[in-house]
Design a protein around this ligand. Sequence first.
Ligand SMILES: [Zn+2]
Length: 193
Amino acid sequence: MSLTDDLLAEIRREFPRFRVVSKEVSFLSRVIDLVLKIITFGHQKDYLTHYYTVLFHTLYTPKGWENSDEIDRVIILRHERVHLRQFRRYTAPGMVFLYLVPFFPLGLAYGRARIEWEAYTETLRATAELRGLAAARSVHLREYILEQFTGGSYGWMWPFERQVSRWYDEALAQIEREVSAQTPEPTTMGKEG
Ligand SMILES: [Zn+2]
């Protein structure tokens, strides 16, 4: 069993109706892709090819999912598991409402920003646990995640970079505390040559 299989099995125990469907063969995903291209003026053009989407009990995957790196897949699944739990917590109509309504469908979508924030925090936590704190502190990862909130991919959901930066710093600091509590970093080691 691979790490991914283990986590998939764990998710299925928590969500017995969970299933994974390729976006390529999903008519619904193609319709959503078209709608997103129109409403974001072409800014979200990677929905089918790069983005994972949870709707109700189903995870829709982009091309290449089966062949992606093992740890990447686990990090992605941990992000998406947060969305499965949100669907359970808020119910499906609640999720649709939070995702689309407060405040606007595009730009200043506070509900969507908070929903994604919770899931991207898990992305950061999983990165720290599986790839180490240095990877979680990566400037690239930070830029990528900030861009998800301030750019067009999710419809400019929270285009206030300073505020998103602050959420990011707080989450990272919290995760650093958690991870160092789990595995104390050696502080008295000699320098390596
Ligand atoms: Zn997400």
